[in-house]
Write a protein that binds this ligand. Sequence first.
Ligand code: ADP
Ligand code: MG
Length: 333
Amino acid sequence: MIELHQLTKRYGEKLAVQDLTFQVPRGVVTGFLGPNGAGKSTTMRMILDLDRPTSGRVVLDGKRYGQLQEPLKYIGALLEAKAVHPGRTAYDHLLWLAQSNRIPRRRVDEMLELVGLTSVARGRARGFSLGMGQRLGIASALLGDPEILMFDEPVNGLDPEGILWIRNLMKRLAAEGRTVFVSSHLMSEMALTADHLVVIGRGRLLADLPMAEFIRQNSRSAVRIRTPQVEQLLDALRGAGLRPQPGPDGAYEVEDGDLAALGDLAAKHGITLHELSPQQASLEEAFMQMTADSVEYHAGDGPSRASSPTRGEPPTESASAWGEGWQPKRKGN
Ligand code: ADP
Ligand code: MG
């Protein structure tokens, strides 16, 4: 479990993270969602003790980071900025990490195999594509078999196969009873990965709730009906106590309408329907509404940090080598 207590980080005038208090439980994937610049990476760096909080504290399974003897055995992370020396090989990088944390050498080979890098393990990191770099980062994170795993925007720049592989990996790690904390600026990605959701904007906590609850709260549903007999339809709907709203292209929408009941109603009145379809508001819309006041730059406001991290990086690769080598094993709870 990761516990944040009133965590705050100030860079000069800028409050990057403000008074964040929440817990990341074990056994589930917790999504850390926020627009670019919201403070996700800063928070994760503070959890790893790479950045010192201005105030507040982080507790990892009851301990402060400084109390962890060989930290990689407790917490593993894939961060945005990869700290791999370009002249070093994947094998040497992992071996160096393993030796400095007294992790057996065989774990290096196992992790290379797991992430599908065995065949390029002796190649220097400077020749790695973005996807290979992500895989090496994941191998590093898993090296010490830690209880807590953190991934900062792990799917950025990956192709669909690589994204699916990472998503499944995170779910398996959580199913083993580990604490899995993953950030993204994409609601759609979180909805597919996370069981629990923590949303921040401008460094502040905006929501902390189960994903199912977020979906329930934010899924406005309506039924769209279209007919050539508009007057009869409106009479029938109003007669049934419903309040149809005009929608696009001559259709009408009934909020929270029941599809079957509306079809039956139309049939009973002999009304021909040209459309009867369920409508769902997207979760992306809900997320955008929630964070509308906390987006640093809107489109047209000039350059956004959003685009900078991926600039100049190699194109996505085919990730057919991502493999399915991970063998699930349950950690003691
Ligand atoms: P996110 O990961 O959610 O996109 P970050 O944690 O990277 O957000 O950044 C949060 C805010 O803190 C941004 O406004 C960013 O410009 C600022 N920031 C991050 N790191 C630094 C730093 N080292 N110095 C100054 N400002 C920073
Ligand atoms: Mg970030």
